[in-house]
Design a protein around this ligand. Structure first.
Ligand code: FAD
Length: 425
């Protein structure tokens, strides 16, 4: 397809969307395909950058690339904002509070990018709630102390609460006397599915082409460009961003990477408070991370009439081909027991158990880097169950890497070289 033809299509799609077309860019997709297929059924299309995978990370990368004026193709095997990957649901935690100051700095860089996206989209996506890190047992206390030290090192706000102070400030909690807590005001809740929808919609509004329900089968890289073979077509671009989440490992073999990524099936559950529901709304209750074995995280009541919580990495590793999305009743029972102990007023009826996938690296740190010897290909994978809060910042970093070869985002600790020679299972 010629450049002028594409521009015409984009401006037509844009004018239709501005009259409140539903967010899936069906018309744009149809027009793009019709245009290309009219010239050749096996079209080799030309883009500046192809983004492979439209979860949180790929949608964010496509958004920034399109805003930067690039001709972008965003490929997604399912529909945009589907529920088979890692980025769906009502809520994800945003926080500065990390034991590793590099992530705290990345979160500080990322927050204004969420606010800028909100301004671009004209809607709120990140709601401030404040957050608690609770530490129980020796290991938990060490983690919470590390969170406090990291917040201190970046000049963040935080307060240390001992058991008595916690009981005064947040009487909803029943914790042991040995528990220590850190309160951070810089925490909140991102509307997860909505964020993905908004990033994809705004990417399209800024000119990106989105092909959903199209699966990339093969990456054919060469020195200065790349060709993607899908189940429907072939596309050529100068650059590639791979953000394929749990499906990344297989695809990345095409660019010479064998990464030690392991996929785990995780689960969240809502509980309807059986007493004092008003005590669990934002303003009175916060997001939390409970450092214990296994860690538990949770949310105040937002988006659904209950408190949502889950175990962080419940050690159920799977082959992505076997993923059924079937929730496990046993997890609901264990979370209910947790609530009976720590937040008894919440331990009412359980509803909406939902599965979701983590793509884990051996050290739990992400991989956000260019591919060795292929600087026009960047990868954003292995988000190990804590990536969403950074998505709009990771998208910025991936766009920078393929456009300029470097970024100001804090990603030095996220290189791919640290896995050179690491055994893969
Ligand atoms: C239960 C749960 C709770 C979480 N809570 C938090 C939290 O509170 N805070 C936080 O920061 N993070 C949290 N996370 C982690 C966060 O959600 C993930 O790190 C993030 O969503 C990962 O996004 P992604 O884009 O890498 O992956 P995905 O969302 O899986 O996206 C990858 C996309 O690539 C597509 N794709 C793959 N292969 C192909 C192909 N061949 N062709 C075309 N498309 C392809 C897939 O269909 C998919 O849409 C949580 C995760 C889970 C599961």
């Amino acid at each position: 397809m010629m450049r002028d033809e594409r521009l015409e299509i984009h401006s037509l799609a844009r004018s239709v969307r501005s009259e409140n077309e539903p967010f899936i860019s069906g018309l744009q997709r149809q027009l793009t395909r019709t245009g290309s297929q009219a010239s050749d059924p096996m079209t080799i299309d030309q883009f500046d950058t192809i983004v492979l995978g439209a979860g949180a990370m790929g949608s964010a990368a496509a958004y920034h690339l399109a805003r930067d004026g690039q001709r972008v193709l965003l490929l997604e095997q399912f529909e945009i904002a589907h529920t088979r990957g890692s980025s769906h649901g009502e809520s994800r935690i945003f926080r500065y509070a990390y034991p590793n100051a590099a992530y705290a700095r990345l979160a500080i860089q990322t927050k204004p990018l969420w606010r800028a996206l909100e301004a671009d989209a004209g809607e709120q996506l990140l709601r401030d709630t404040g957050g608690l890190d609770l530490g129980e047992g020796r290991a938990g206390q060490v983690k919470v102390s590390a969170v406090a030290a990291a917040l201190e090192s970046i000049g963040g706000s935080w307060e240390r609460l001992d058991c008595a102070a916690l009981a005064r400030r947040f009487p909803q909690w029943r914790v042991s006397e040995e528990t220590i807590a850190v309160y951070s005001p810089d925490a909140g809740v991102l509307s997860a599915t909505r964020c993905v929808q908004v990033m994809a919609t705004r990417a399209a509004a800024h000119g990106a082409t989105i092909h959903d329900r199209e699966t990339a089968r093969q990456i054919l890289p060469d020195a200065g460009s790349v060709e993607i073979v899908t189940d429907k077509d072939r596309y050529r671009a100068r650059r590639l961003v791979v953000t394929a989440g749990p499906w990344s490992r297989q695809l990345l073999r095409d660019v010479g990477l064998e990464l030690p990524l392991r996929v785990s099936q995780e689960q969240t559950v809502y509980f309807r408070p059986r007493a004092n529901p008003d005590a669990f709304v934002p303003g009175r209750f916060t997001i939390w991370i409970h450092h214990r074995e296994p860690n538990v995280y949770g949310f105040p009541i937002v988006g659904a009439p209950g408190v949502k919580l889950g175990f962080h990495r419940d050690e159920r590793y799977i082959d992505i081909a076997d993923y059924t999305r079937e929730p496990r009743p046993e997890v609901v029972a264990r979370l209910q027991a947790y609530l009976e102990q720590y937040l008894p007023d919440v331990a009412g009826e359980a509803f909406d158990p939902t599965t979701c996938l983590y793509t884990n690296t051996p050290d739990d740190d992400f991989i956000v880097a260019t591919v060795p010897d292929l600087p026009h290909i960047a990868i954003g994978v292995g988000f190990s169950g804590h990536g969403f809060k950074f998505a709009i910042g990771i998208g910025r970093a991936l766009a920078d890497l393929v456009e300029h070869g470097e970024t100001e985002m804090e990603i030095d600790h996220l290189g791919v070289d640290r896995f050179r020679g690491v055994e893969t299972a």
